[in-house]
Design a protein around this ligand. Structure first.
Ligand SMILES: C[S@@+](CC[C@H](N)C(=O)[O-])C[C@H]1O[C@@H](n2cnc3c(N)ncnc32)[C@H](O)[C@@H]1O
Length: 184
């Protein structure tokens, strides 16, 4: 199930899920670019965007695991700042990509022992490994783009809820895999 929502302005039309996986924009320039491509007007300040993203994670995944893939440390600092109110401890894994190193921030369920290392490569394989390691059941990606998380969830036969501000990307994904687009 898919939706086209600007997460800084509207709520998602979905309920609670077991895991969230998200690869969000990682700085103001990238955020501005996505807003321009989506024809979504002036983009908000980056820290406001991250605050809203964390709110989405808390609203839809209370008691479960959420993972945010970050390309840059400043995004990690903001995620940490805005997630403190959830009293969750973040686990940060350094992961190797074809283009270098990135970070995977994981907020595990309480009392869960986390693996010390998390060796993965990137793309669908990264998401699939992360989903397998840290959760089970339904998956939400609030900024799903062209559907890397969807492909990983599909391989694992998990129910998928995806959203993006860019209607073109969502429609392509919906048409290609016969997914339903729901409205708020
Ligand atoms: C790094 S890309 C994600 C790529 C994705 N993993 C894929 O497989 O294509 C970040 C995505 O965030 C979306 N985005 C940016 N601002 C958003 C917002 N306010 N609400 C929802 N989605 C947003 C962009 O349109 C973009 O597709």
């Amino acid at each position: 199930m898919l939706s086209v929502v600007d997460i800084t302005k509207e709520r998602l039309p979905f309920g609670k899920v077991d895991s969230i996986y998200c690869d969000p924009p990682w700085n103001q320039t990238v955020l501005d670019r996505f807003y321009k491509i989506a024809g979504a007007g002036i983009s908000p300040q980056f820290d406001f965007f991250v605050e809203k993203l964390v709110e989405v994670c808390l609203r839809h995944c209370q008691g479960g695991t959420w993972m945010i893939e970050i390309g840059k440390e400043n995004l990690g600092v903001l995620i940490d700042k805005f997630s403190r109110k959830s009293e969750r401890t973040a686990h940060v894994y350094v992961t190797k990509y074809s283009s270098g190193y990135g970070y995977l921030v994981v907020f595990p369920p309480r009392n869960r022992v986390m693996p010390a290392r998390f060796p993965v490569i990137g793309g669908v394989k990264l998401v699939r490994t992360a989903l397998l390691a840290f959760g089970n059941g339904s998956v939400l990606d609030p900024c799903c783009g062209c559907g890397t998380t969807f492909l990983a969830a599909k391989k694992l036969k998990r129910e998928f809820f995806g959203n993006d501000i860019n209607r073109n990307k969502i429609e392509k994904l919906a048409n290609r895999y016969a997914l339903e687009i729901v409205t708020t």
